[in-house]
Design a protein around this ligand. Structure first.
Ligand SMILES: [Zn+2]
Length: 553
């Protein structure tokens, strides 16, 4: 077969959970294994991962996992995929350091093979030759991938922005990308996260003036909350704090860990004596300290939330404190952030957020960056990835209207589970699969079955009715009255007699059943369930979960 198959398992038509299989002949590599943050959180699900069972069919073809960068939505599911398929993993030193931290939690570190690669390294994995192209993004040591196959070259951008002046590391390596453009690129799989945003994405350095102003004008304690992975931002805060004579105290587990790794690897440069412990910080005057904290998304267990609700040991937010939220709102976190801000206001703190000052810039390519990407790679086919369908669509529309040579014929929109077949003559979806995501319980790391979450949803919408029927074993006749209890079912109260009527209806139904319908317990239970379901729907028009139990005496 002289074609390439692209098989997205996640990240297309949704935010997060990025993962994609790329197959040639009987070989398949997997690019990224990210986690997602599903809408199902009210039903006790914290995270989701791609449905890796889908790869079972390709078990013998799988050769390697390639990581573009270390964000959770690209590496967060690594342990779960490795548990199923123990493949060698390739990534940058920093990406792998973050991945190792996760694998350690799963006690898997000794069992997996991690290969560190640098920008412009070229590796051979079977028929695939992969070059790692340095990409600029909100964290460091990120890659776009140039994947050469016998059919043609695929460029996978990973997450990127075209940052000419990043704080840490080099600008996006357009030169290497351009070299592939000259040689000929079959397909460009490109980040769509910011495809609805006009212009260029500002450089990571763009937040410096606002932070200087904030340090200049703040007289009390200063708290800066940001993503623990946003290393450019962390570097800026360390530098400006140093400049304005404030020490920095880092709080929150992920922030402390990331700062430690990044400093160890020489990525973050922290002046000697600048970083201090919480104990040391407490002995300083208010205008001598800057706390760098986790919790910009209003996460209930993070440092900032705890400080705002008096649950952080030894430190709480007070009036005369200034809190900077230096992050964007990740979709789905709006309510938590709003609650956090409420708590901070109650305590009298001064809050500075993205809407009021330029304290955050995006890590993703806006429309003009996308134009630069497409014009440099000049692919035969463009496939928008990473983003909700709206963003993929706008990515397509923008390129169609602003880059010569692109039309509906060579920009292909796909969704998770689509199998896109590519060669130099065509790009088309040949199969479509519905992929249910896999839900994970964050505490136990266990999978929560799809059916379980579906049942929880049903419970939340309709409540539950439990029915207990007692049967005389000898006569197969009902013994005593059926017991019916309701939980969270709308339309039921003690006065309207519904429970009594339902009991009567069930008793009648049982008395009309034949002996053999009752003798088989499973058939009997199901019959009872259906009777009660119909009765409930007819009289109170709801669909609660119905649990039936048969007791034999
Ligand atoms: Zn990212």
């Amino acid at each position: 077969m002289n074609k390439i198959e692209i098989v997205p398992l996640g990240g297309i038509g949704e935010f997060g959970m990025n993962c994609m299989g790329i197959r040639y002949g009987d070989e398949m590599i997997v690019v990224d294994a990210g986690m997602g943050f599903p809408e199902e959180t009210p039903y006790g699900v914290d995270i989701s991962i791609p449905n890796f069972d889908f790869l079972e069919e390709y078990r013998d073809d799988l050769t390697a996992i390639i990581l573009t960068h270390g964000h959770e939505d690209h590496i967060g599911a690594l342990a779960y995929i490795l548990k199923k398929y123990n493949l060698p993993v390739y990534g940058s030193r920093f990406t792998l350091a973050l991945a190792e931290k996760r694998l350690e939690e799963f006690k898997m570190l000794d069992e997996v093979l991690l290969h560190r690669v640098k920008a412009n390294d070229v590796i051979n994995v079977g028929s695939f030759q992969i070059e790692f192209i340095h990409a600029s993004h909100s964290l460091v040591e990120c890659f776009s991938l140039a994947i050469k196959t016998p059919v043609g070259t695929i460029i996978h951008t990973g997450d990127y922005k075209i940052d000419d002046t990043p704080v840490i590391g080099a600008p996006y390596d357009l030169k290497t990308l351009g070299r592939y453009g000259d040689e000929g690129v079959l397909a460009l799989l490109a980040d769509s996260t910011n495809a609805t945003v006009p212009g260029r994405t500002p450089s990571e350095q763009a937040v410096i003036p606002a932070f200087r102003e904030i340090f200049e004008e703040t007289t009390g304690r200063l708290f800066v909350a940001t993503f623990s992975s946003s290393l450019h931002r962390l570097q800026i805060i360390f530098d400006i704090a140093h400049e304005y004579g404030r020490k920095v105290c880092v709080l929150g587990r992920s922030m402390q860990k990331n700062v430690e790794i990044a400093e160890e690897q020489g990525l973050l440069k922290i002046a000697y004596g600048l970083m201090i412990s919480m104990g040391e910080a407490r002995s300083l005057d208010d205008d001598e300290i800057c706390y760098l904290v986790t919790g910009s998304q209003g996460e209930n267990r993070a440092a900032l939330w705890n400080m705002a609700t008096s649950t952080y040991k030894g430190l709480e937010i007070d009036k005369s404190d200034t809190v900077v939220l230096s992050a964007r709102i990740i979709p789905g976190n709006e309510k938590n952030i709003s609650r956090l801000i409420g708590h901070l206001y109650k305590r009298g703190a001064n809050i500075i957020e993205e809407k009021r000052r330029l304290v955050h810039v995006s890590g993703h390519a806006s429309q003009e960056d996308i134009k630069i990407m497409v014009e440099t790679a000049r692919p035969k086919y463009l496939v928008p990835i990473h983003g909700e369908y709206r963003m993929l669509f706008r990515h397509k529309e923008y390129v169609k209207n602003h880059v010569a040579g692109y039309s509906d014929d060579n920009i292909v929109l796909i969704e998770n589970g689509d199998m896109l077949e590519l060669d130099e003559f065509s790009a088309r979806v040949v199969e479509k699969h519905t992929l249910h995501k896999t839900f994970i319980d964050e505490e136990s790391h266990d999978e929560i079955e799809y059916d379980v979450v579906r049942d929880r949803k049903k419970l939340a919408y309709g409540g539950a009715i439990s029915l207990v029927v007692t049967i005389d074993k000898a006569t197969h006749k009902i013994a005593g009255e059926p017991q019916i209890t309701f939980q969270g079912v709308a339309g039921i109260d003690l006065s309207n007699g519904f429970a009594g009527d339902a009991r009567l209806a069930i008793s009648e139904a049982v008395s009309e059943m034949k002996r053999e319908q009752i003798a088989d317990k499973a058939v009997f239970k199901e019959n009872l369930r259906i009777h009660l379901k119909r009765y409930v729907q007819k009289h109170i028009h709801t669909k609660p979960v119905i649990v039936t139990t048969v007791v034999e005496v």
